[in-house]
Design a protein around this ligand. Sequence first.
Ligand code: KIV
Ligand code: ZN
Length: 552
Amino acid sequence: MLKNPSEKYRAFPPVSLPDRQWPNRVLTKAPAWCSVDLRDGNQALAVPMNVGQKLELFQTLVRTGFKEIEVGFPSASNTEFTFNRRLIEEGRAPADVWLQVLVQAREDLIERTVESLVGAKRAIIHMYNSTSPAQRRVVFGMTKDQIVKVAVKGAKMIKDRLGRLEGTEVRLQYSPESFSATEVEFAKEITEAVMEVWQPTPERKMILNLPDTVEVAMPNVYADQVEWMCRNVKNRESLIVSMHTHNDRSTGTAATELGLLAGGDRVEGTLFGNGERTGNLDLVTVAMNLYMHGISPGLDFSDLNGIREVYERCTGMTVPPRHPYAGELVFTAFSGSHQDAIKKGLAEWSTGSQKYWDVPYLTIDPNDIGREYHEVIRVNGQSGKGGVAFLLESEFGILLPKEMQREFGPIANNEVDRLGREVSGAELKGMFWREYIERPGLWALEDFRTESGGGAVRCEARLLRNGDAVVVAGEGNGPLAALVHGFGKLGVPRFEIAHYSQHALGEGEEAAAITYIQVKDGEGRVRWGAGVDTNIEMASVRAVLSALNRLA
Ligand code: KIV
Ligand code: ZN
């Protein structure tokens, strides 16, 4: 890299708009959406989609609620043309969906494009030519006037052929391609020249698409450009101002959102941001960002996993695990403090005490887009007791007492750390069982019986101590008190039961119970134990022995 990059690079000149209005506005409604997956997204694939794949993705886009879909560049190849024809001839496009097609301002291409649309119910003919200084100089070697003439000629050619689309509701769209790198005054000039030909009206608007073909500036600059156009272009009320951002500086979403504040009405982009170089705008992100502010986006991502699956199958692309909303890991917390906060937040939410979603670390309820709570927390070496407890509870109904979570959390953590990878709920349960339920030790249970009478409970426990049979007999106001008494009589160092709780594991008569017990010895040392049995009393005795074995 250069020590002094200013020798080679310069900042993009800002637009002069001292009274810009967009910073004071807020978004209150969704824009019109146009998916360009099947055109811009498709052009960016190493292996473009075949007709079958395009059809499958098209159907998914329709199901998601897109009413405007750029289906291709029909003059570019037979596949593109055939796809269009199949959509129309096989009646695959619902009547309320606009089929948008892209074409350059060239006669032969316009001919074929119009031909591809015959019989469509609704069609958008999208014409573009490039307008930035670099494109004018390097690619076309044309003056501004010549570039305007190209656009006007193309606009006329399209207008002259509209008679061939009888029965089709047609909308016209113009893109001064590379708009964001174009002088705003020139963008206005060329747009107005095209408008002069197409003569849009407030009742029959045309779409003015403002491509951020390559991001060259910060998103506020794009917003200024959009606001400048909205305020200065003549006959604004006859235009649908559309935005088409790419993501070269990783701010495509920000540019679009600020552009909406600046007056944009419509947004073009792709699912998950597939597109040339660093991609097109990710429509899912912008739509879900509106949703998380309580604004209905008018698109349905209830089954985002399913949409992602179709997208990945059709395009061969993958959605990265950290991709907003859709990534596999975005509703997953590995850090202990996050897990703890999420667990508490979800618990509060489940009580219904909060009107608005306000769960720490989760911008939306994962359930709304078909993700599940149990996906939320996974456990690795960075996790804390909260995540461990959440998985045991949500997957197995094991409700560890809070204090026991503090004991088992670090035990599980050490083990996960040793393994050096994420562990499943089942593996955590295995660790719990090995530590508390099946742990061999000083004491083992053979049999336990009780009888009551005269207000007292007497017990007889047949145990193994280091493999030798012993009988523990005692008396108390309950089975556990009797057992503790019996141990005392046997000369076992004094201990008391500091915590006792129990719940069923599963349902039905045969369901096991799990008991959690904390014992405290004469020196104040405390240990937890747990026992599982179909007999409640036996579960408790096992829990006492588990705690004593851990104390020994
Ligand atoms: O990025 C772009 O400028 C385009 C245009 C054709 C709209 O895709
Ligand atoms: Zn593009």
